[in-house]
Ligand binder design. Sequence first.
Ligand code: IFM
Length: 723
Amino acid sequence: MDQMWQVATTAWEPAAIVGNGNKFMIGNGYLGYRGTLDEFTAEDYVAVNLLGLYDQHGDAWREPVNAPNPFFTQVQVAGQPVGVKTTPVLAHRQWLDLKQAVHHRKTTFDVGGAQLTVASARFASGADDHLLAQRVTLTCDQALTITLTSAIDLNVWDINGPHLTPVTTTATGASLQTGEGDTVQIHTHIAGLSGGRQVTTPTLLGTKWTLSLQPGVPVAFEKMALITTSHDVGQPVFPPDYATALQAHSQAWQRRWARSDVVITGDEAAQQALRYSIYQLLLLAPHHLEMSIPARGLSGQTYKGAVFWDTEMFMLPFFNYTDPQVASKLLHYRIKTLPAARAKAQRYGYDGAFYAWESQEDGRDGVSDYNVTDVFSGRPMRTYFGDKQIHISGDIALALWRSYQQTGDEALLTDGAAVIVESAKFYYSYSYWKPDKKRFELLDVLGPDEYHERVNNNAYTNKLAQETAKLALTAMARLATVDPQAYAAVCAQTDYPQWQARIEAFAAQLKVPTPAAKTHLIAQFDDYFGLEDVLVPAVRERLLKPNEYWGGAYGVAADTQVIKQADVVFMLQLFAQDYTIETLAANWRYYEPRTEHGSSLSASVYALLATQIGASDWAYPYFMKSATVDLTGETKQFAGGVYIGGTHPAANAGAWQAVVQGFCGLTDDHGKPQVHARLPQEWTQVSFCLQQRGQWYRALVTQKTATLTPIADPAQEEDHGHA
Ligand code: IFM
């Protein structure tokens, strides 16, 4: 198999269980199945994360629900379990076939001198959201009697569970209920082995066989599982067999890859990492409901399984260009949750819409006032992510508008204009009018750099708030022209005519930090340059404990200019057209050594802005950092005592942006795509497909040339190929 379509490990170490569980994920947007081994249990972080189904257990954080694991497989020899944790391993390989989206493992164990090989494959169907399929083959070099158990394991890994209580169980299925009254159903079907005894313990539902393996003669079984919840409509049915299910699944993924693959010539490491990043995004794309993608994907319950700005600011461009139907679902999730954003604004005493910082299925804010635990005292620390990170509403407004511009999808304007207007109203009501300075200011906020809390006039936030106000005016003017009826409805819904003049004044008179005349530098917030000027290594040396939180009231970075993640640089990358190249470059240079990149969101932003200032060589390491984040697993696993591990879809998408929008310079020129060559030196060519306003193009970028050719939908081409 082509190495560029594969991610593999041949090493088995206990320390890698969590990391491999993330790295070898499979999924289909409806659910995510962690990359664990067949014999693993809850203590090895086995989980089948369901999108959009949440539950609160006791007083703990509300988090997504994990379905039972349908594929627990246990081989025993002479009563002893065979597995990587208990049995000598002679050879081991675990890998993902990225093209087919199938997880594989093959392990040869030394069982009292006999070589027993367990090989398995599994996938989360791309053709049927509810379907998981598994194939297991056992081979031994000698005659050997084994017992084999294949069961549904009801005991899953939860951070704050348990969430599911069995209501009815059989040897092949179960119906379970969450504390909030939702239900989860699981049905399984096995083919290939007959007979067997039923196994029904409080946590295992399945079958056990005693098998006599003959030297070199494989014994195989296939298992399929259907998972549904009370949120679903309709009842899925089992496909006739594994091969049929695999064929439908592979064809669905072939269509996805036809639209979204990016082929890099001249750099295999970059190719593999980027393809893996795209794989991660494809496995998360929700096709079935208006829901968005949680910050840690479907890899677990980190961050309460919540949706952050990560989707709008990082993932959306990928979906807009490769799968606008999915992009529309992501945006309609925010449109749908506008009432919750209004309610949040009201709770804080503001007008308009203040979106949840950690948004769950109905837009409620999962954020806690105490999001971090102090590693010294073990006490929860007061953080202000939910109260003060007001840029979230502007992130959503900007994403809605830019998606509308790019896709030309009028529904985004008719349904989304209220979101933009309500966000503008929120900023107005949050601001202070300074009569002496004759301007509005946004005081007491938290910008993208979370290490500096409760600052005044954060450049990113203010620029975005101003842009939101401008977009509200533009969107409403456009809506009045193209759809007077919808305009009237939004006016009635938002009271826009009463607000228009205030929004205009706010847009014109909000303080937006500007570059200093000589240095071109923009202060991240008021008095930022008055903070201690040290660089990242010096601040790192001050840490007393490795997991210590850098921000908060007395974190090591709080009184210094060291920042967590791209902030001014992000603002400049988003609004590069408003600034000179000197300003873009000077700020990149200044902030780069002062940025810890403590968030996986940071690196791709630095990569993108570097390409915009013609420094693709500066961009390259940041692109690779972003693209390999889930391959190396080298990210923070704890923020001040709270587990934050999992996959990083925003970084995966940032890597895609760095290549497509950065190195290949893809921009949207009033609804028309354009590409510009600015490839890293070693790359000879990049090619990819994109769609804009219903037209598909193939982009071909070399060191010196960049072309776009209109083409038919590459997914349909795939279908014709199969017909
Ligand atoms: O949204 C980010 C935030 O910017 C930094 N901390 C992690 C969040 C989820 O990825």
